[in-house]
Design a protein around this ligand. Sequence first.
Ligand code: GDL
Length: 645
Amino acid sequence: MFPLVTLGLVSAVASPAAAQPVTLPELFPAPVSVTLGKGSFALGRSVVLVVAPGVEPETVALVRTILASAGVETITTARQLPKSPERPHIVLGTGDAAVIRDALARTRTARDGHAEGYTIASMASGSGGGVVTLAGADASGLFHAVQTFRQLVRRPTLPALVIQDHPAMPIRGTIEGFYGAPWTMADRAKHLDFLATVKANTYVYSPKDDPFARDRWREPYPAATLSSLGTLVSAARRNHVDFVYAISPGPTVCFSDPKDQQALERKFEALRGIGVHSFYVALDDIEYTKWNCEGDKAAFGPSGAEAAGIAQSKLLNAVQASLVARDPASRPLIMVPTEYYDAKETPYKAALRKYLDPRVVVQWTGTDVVPPAISVPDAKAATKAFGRKTLLWDNYPVNDYAQTTGRLLMAPYTRREAGLAGELTGILSNPMNQEAPSRVAVTGVVAFAWNDKGYDAERTWHASARELAGGDARATAALLTFFDTQHLAPTFGTQAWQEQAPKLKAVLDDVRRAIDHGDASTRRQAIADLSREADTLANAPDIIRSGTVDPGFAAQARPWLEAMEMWGRALQLTAAGLDAAERGSSAAGRYFADAKQRAAQAAAVQSIPGATRFDGPIKIADGVLDRFIADAPTLIAFQTVPAGQ
Ligand code: GDL
């Protein structure tokens, strides 16, 4: 029998004196439930793999790779579990395969049967043996179980535990929907691999600057591009990610012209030829109060928002019908409407509600294009306005609008209300032009969509830094220092929805307070702390360059890392200036002047031309660091050296 204990009782039951306590591993996204059992066992060098019939070979291959990276050298296979396994056994399967039923029965565990759900049950057995059962409700569920298993085997011993898990929202992932330089095919391939690790299931291809998807949407893709897209589609399939192809015909489409409908279907047909089963029509950022052709006036009457809603519905309904007719495996069409930026009742939305096929999935960005927060009542209003539960298009961490010039958006994903899963069909994050840095926010978005009620923004943020750093503690800390300098998240207005550099600001505020109110020893202590903080800032870029697993991160963040190092040096000089001033040394003025010069150089570092939509100076903890360096010479009176000395 498998003595399960609830988490609160674990230490009491499982930590006899001197034994290693069995602890709960940190898992991201947070599973629905994890229950620790008694004891633990090591995987060791040799394991037995028991694979139920029907498991995808790629999933088995992935398990083998994970086991190898956990130090397993020999993997043998068996068809069923022995009565008392003396070696670690890993059991894989979906549905109610007999071997899975047997394995779960031994741990008296029920199987999670939700779509994409899974159960993991592990128990120690015999002397040195153990069983880990990965049971998927379906093939994707099993794949997600394997991703959790990847996190579990990072520790040398596996605790006895039961995990029951399934997604709160059916659609989770990203929409490459920004303006400016699209991701490269290599970026996208890496992104798809990353999405799998966080249990995302959707990637929408919709770069605004792909001419064949927007301005020249009627034209076929060059063969080479289509072939590269085909490679991505296969990578997505391997990763259990739905590759959705989006087209944006809005700028020129003639809704009433059957030739345009055919052009759209021809385009989709070509994509279907490379394995795409999911399609999307984007109608955002277009003029919808003027027709593009005379025919639309004849067909739908004078132009206007309501007529646009009717015309768009007609086209989309026809596309939805043709998707089903041509491909029984097709997923429902997704669309983003022209009024995507609020849930206010309007004639356009009323037309969509009335005429748009209820199967069509509608996106919406919240109460604004870049909303400061999203609540359950906001989502309820959207459900009402669009006549169906919506799929949130979250414009975070996208950095293609003027207010984001010179910024990476690296704050934790927050201010989305727990409970949104009851009102949304999912969330797609619109990422930055920089793929690797985007993973920090996307990890948060997807973890929230997987388990909104169990989501912890700060812990998930740390976990994403740890992932980028391949588990290295020093590089993780350096990344978090860097993220703090890129914490500001603007809106389209003047008010940011995430503040800049809260951690650094707290440190600098403490220094100001100590200098203002403290005695001599408090002041010196504060200046010493400041000097250490400056070292941390100045050294972080080098640690990040050598400590992040994906070289794409340092390459895409290059000017930010360069500027950060310079700002760090400016702060070091500032700390030296304060120290000199505190000691009454006349060197203070020189330090402050050097700091000012270094800060000016740092502030002049520019973004990589063309890498983001708006080029401009790189911002590092702006409004916090620059202000402190500018104010520092006024904090402690110091002797100035007369000119000429
Ligand atoms: C938008 C655009 C999007 C862009 C974002 C931020 C939607 C639906 N469309 O309005 O392509 O990246 O703003 O600038 O959000």
